[in-house]
Design a protein around this ligand. Structure first.
Ligand code: AMP
Length: 404
């Protein structure tokens, strides 16, 4: 009987999961994957086995208004029914924030769980959902090792200069720092680029993770040296509904002269801005690409201009660029966004090949042959990264007695 690892990646209203089998050599193979969307209002679970068999596509037993805990229980029940012989080697969780103290993935014990609770104020919209995931699966499988994989961990190591804001130094000590996010995605993409082109992966690489959340990362030799997100997942690029970089003076103005409070500001910055706010139509790039409305194309143009600007800034941090990689739902799928970004980056030595850029096929080079710096599309896989970390930690740990 082979062992399995299940991974959970909880967002504010969604949970992605993936089931991997582990063979005798420690190779991971995806056995099933799926996603719950619309938690709290219109929850739906879609899950497929690796052979394409639909395991579920519809509502959840706890109803459309169910929350993260019920959704996790439903996913676990579904997986156990579909794979009755299952034995978990580990359960891996994406944890959005690890602050300075969690700079690597870790096995979750009572102390780690207590530590996660203390970090909730740093990511109040996401961390509670991550913690619910850990608590539900710990209760359901008390003998199975649980692993926390932090989205911030990949960016640690920049020291004071890399992580400080220009505030009085006490604020840095108190944890007001640039943390960076999407680390599991960047780590996966860095590893995949190293498989595809070790020479470029060893050099200066910018990765653009463009999805509903969007950020960019400068990698030198596969390690993060700069990134566009900072203390929170608001900074940097505009996103589906998040504003990206904004003059903090705007926030002071709204607080002082427009009667905004923290809750109203939070809604504005996290839920009403970005592509949704700019277009007045949708947060979803596909909907904007399909729209004839001038505000839709203006929002896309704005988004691409900010990506080019951040590419320039990150290239300056790197002292040049050897490769630029697009990933995430938009980066992997939108030929229009890639063309608009790359069309303005020839000064960085990226000669764009529109034919390659618009072809729809797997991980690939999209710059012209002979381009001084290359451009790539690489599909990210945060779930695979979580599973690798989980497997690495349980294989390194002393054997545990599994509860009956
Ligand atoms: P993610 O958060 O990585 O799942 O990415 C979600 C974003 O990717 C949404 O804005 C989608 O509209 C966008 N997206 C997904 N597929 C496509 C596609 N084929 N063309 C354009 N945008 C897409």
């Amino acid at each position: 009987m082979s062992e399995h690892i299940i991974t959970f990646n909880a967002g504010s209203s969604s949970i992605k999961f993936a089931l991997f089998s582990v063979d005798a050599e420690g190779r991971l193979r995806r056995a099933a994957a799926g996603q719950v969307d619309g938690l709290g209002s219109n929850a739906r679970l879609a899950a497929k086995a690796a052979d394409g068999r639909v395991l579920h596509d519809g509502g959840l037993p706890a109803g459309p208004a169910c929350g993260h805990g019920d959704a996790l229980a439903a996913i676990l029940a579904l997986i156990q029914a579909a794979f009755p012989q299952l034995r978990f080697a580990a359960i891996g969780h994406r944890i959005v924030h690890g602050a300075a103290r969690h700079s690597a993935s870790t096995l979750i014990d009572d102390a780690v769980l207590a530590s996660l609770h203390t970090l909730v104020p740093l990511a109040p919209l996401h961390l509670p959902n991550n913690i619910v995931g850990v608590e539900v699966t710990r209760r359901a499988f008390p003998g199975v090792p649980q692993v926390a994989c932090f989205d911030t961990a990949f960016h640690r190591g920049g020291g004071f200069l890399g992580e400080a804001y220009a505030l009085p130094r006490d604020y840095f000590e108190a944890g007001i720092r640039r943390y960076g996010f999407h680390g599991l995605s960047y780590e996966y993409v860095a590893g995949r680029l190293a498989e595809l082109s070790p020479r470029e992966a060893a050099g200066r690489v910018i990765v653009a993770h463009l999805g509903n959340g969007a950020s960019m990362c400068a990698l030198r030799g596969g390690r993060s040296i700069d990134t566009t997100m900072g203390f929170s997942a608001l900074d940097g690029l505009p996103m589906g509904t998040r504003c990206g970089a904004i003059d903090p003076g705007v926030l002071l103005h709204l607080l002082q002269t427009h009667g905004y409070d923290a809750a109203r500001l939070s809604d504005l910055l996290y839920k009403e801005s970005g592509l949704k706010g700019l277009s007045g139509i949708s947060h979803d790039l596909r909907a904007l690409e399909a729209s004839e409305d001038a505000h839709a194309s203006e929002a896309i143009t704005y988004f691409c201009a900010r990506i080019r600007r951040e590419a320039g800034a990150l290239a300056a941090s790197l002292g040049g660029i050897d490769a630029l990689v697009f990933t995430g739902g938009i980066g992997e799928n939108s030929a229009r966004v890639r063309a608009a970004v790359l069309g303005g980056l020839d000064w960085l030595g990226i000669r764009f090949d529109p034919e390659a850029a618009s072809e729809e096929r797997g991980d690939r080079v999209i710059s012209a042959p002979g381009s001084p710096a290359s451009a790539w599309v690489i599909a990210t896989d945060e779930e695979a990264m979580i599973a690798r970390h989980a497997l690495g930690l349980v294989r390194a740990a002393p054997p545990r007695v599994q509860a009956a």
